[in-house]
Design a protein around this ligand. Structure first.
Ligand code: NDP
Length: 434
């Protein structure tokens, strides 16, 4: 705490992992002897930089850019970029720290990193977004490389922004280095299913949790928070698996649509028009209602899939969800449930899939994009989706088996933290004091 003052989200993320791995340290004294914990909590490198850019009226703005290269024991640094006004070092470090264990859990050769800027894309023109991305990459490019550090998207950074970032990287370096960034458009080296991967992967993970309890999505009432990349493709896959998604949200409020969310309309409003969620309710007519300024977690559901932001499910929300009959939670977002919320879910016997495991499908498919770029190949949608499904099933079964092995059956949080930690820790020991 003294070393990293004020970084509350980072403290929260570290505490959760350290609380889980006590039993591992008991079995493996070599981790403590070589100070693996202390090393893993300290990023290998942190970069903070100025991002100056000009708006359409010629006014100059200065934002702050970040890249925290946390751990490269398993492979090149890998993790998304977030553009949101709330971004500061504590947020980037929490995301980067979680990314180490998530990437390890996928079983693929990728280290952990995260980055972004306190830039607010809302209300900006496309030309302003492009100028910002170009200025951001003009500093960041020197730290990147397909064998060094490979960013991707996150909140506020979708395919459009990845295109601008990659274009500027290519221009500055004079290298068509496809594997330097993932989440690219299909016409210039992107991979099938990457856009859908985090949401689809989360739905597959929850499908496995439900199956382990002898049930399925079929006919279940589901609430998804957010209406961005993760939320939209979570809704799409849940609907394909037979679930009925009755509500989603953005930072202005939520919509309830008892007939089930109309996905084509949602995509039109959010992906094409980039409008507020209220517009969805207006267009849908009598069937949907917009509730401004309130939490979507007041809508009763059997499955909750938080896909917006950190700490969006508080202890109070968790209590209400349990009271309303929620039996499973799959975290599409990173750390969307507070520690108190997690405790309430676990004590109530709710199947709780933490983000590190449940949303790992995005980065796993990014690693598949890197594989395709390295071999100058491109795989079909069906093949890529099957790979994603297999990876999510494997993560699910390893979380369960590890939790069982360490005497905490059904505890996916412990399973994910222990399994993710061990692989990284073993690699760090093998590589010497680095
Ligand atoms: P997007 O920017 O595409 O969408 C974010 C959505 O969440 C928007 O609807 C946004 O509403 C809403 N939201 C953001 N902040 C808040 C807030 N403070 N309160 C209420 N709603 C909010 O981001 P993504 O879908 O890519 O990411 C969502 C989450 O998933 C993040 O936690 C991210 O780290 C995580 N994640 C994303 C991955 C990916 O592949 N994209 C991979 C793994 C995890 P509004 O537009 O009003 O701000």
């Amino acid at each position: 705490l003294r070393r990293n003052p004020g970084e509350t989200e980072f403290h929260q993320a570290v505490r959760e992992v350290l609380e889980s791995i006590g039993p591992v340290l008991g079995k493996h004294p070599e981790y403590a002897e070589s100070k693996v914990i202390e090393r893993i909590c300290e990023p290998e490198r942190q970069i903070i930089f100025r991002v100056p850019w000009e708006d359409d009226n010629g006014e100059v703005h200065i934002n702050r850019g970040f890249r925290v290269e946390f751990n490269s024991a398993l492979g090149p640094y890998k993790g998304g970029l977030r553009f949101h006004p709330s971004v500061y070092l504590g947020i980037v470090k929490f995301l980067g720290f979680e990314q180490i264990f998530k990437n390890s859990l996928t079983g693929l050769p990728i280290g952990g990193a995260k980055g972004g800027a306190d830039f607010d894309p809302k209300g900006k023109s496309e030309r302003e977004i492009m100028r910002f991305c170009q200025s951001f990459m003009t500093e960041l490019y020197r730290h990147l490389g397909e064998h060094t550090d490979v960013p991707a998207g996150d909140t506020g950074v979708g395919q459009r922004e990845i295109g601008f970032l990659f274009g500027q990287y290519k221009r500055i370096t004079n290298r068509y280095e496809s594997g330097v960034i993932t989440g690219k458009g299909l016409v210039y080296g992107g991979a099938q299913v990457r856009t859908e991967a985090t949401g689809y992967g989360c739905a597959f993970f929850v499908e496995e949790m439900l199956r382990a309890r002898g049930t399925s999505f079929d006919g279940k009432r589901v609430v998804v928070s957010g209406a961005g990349n993760v939320a939209i493709y979570t809704i799409e896959k849940v609907q394909q698996l037979g679930g009925r998604v009755v509500a989603c949200s953005d930072s202005s409020g939520y919509v309830v649509d008892e007939k089930g969310i109309d996905l084509d309309l949602l995509k039109q409003v959010k992906e094409v028009e980039r409008a507020r969620i209220e517009v969805y309710a207006k267009r849908r007519g009598g069937d949907a209602i917009f509730i401004p300024g309130r939490s979507v977690w007041e809508v009763p559901c059997e499955v909750a899939m938080p896909s917006a932001t950190q700490n969006e499910i508080t202890g109070r929300d968790a209590e209400r969800l349990v009271r309303n009959g929620c039996i499973a939670v799959g975290e599409g977002a990173n750390m969307p449930t507070t520690p108190e919320g997690i405790r309430i879910f676990q004590e109530a016997g709710v199947a709780f899939g933490p983000g590190k495991a449940a949303n790992a499908g995005g980065v796993a498919t990014s690693a598949l994009e890197m594989q395709q770029n390295a071999s100058r190949d491109s795989w079909s949608f069906e093949f890529s989706e099957q790979r994603l499904r297999d990876i999510m099933r494997d993560i699910h079964s390893r979380c369960l088996a590890t939790a069982e092995e360490y005497g905490m059956p059904g505890n996916y949080v412990a399973g994910a933290n222990i399994d993710g930690f061990k692989r990284v820790a073993d690699a760090m020991l093998a590589l010497g004091l680095i």
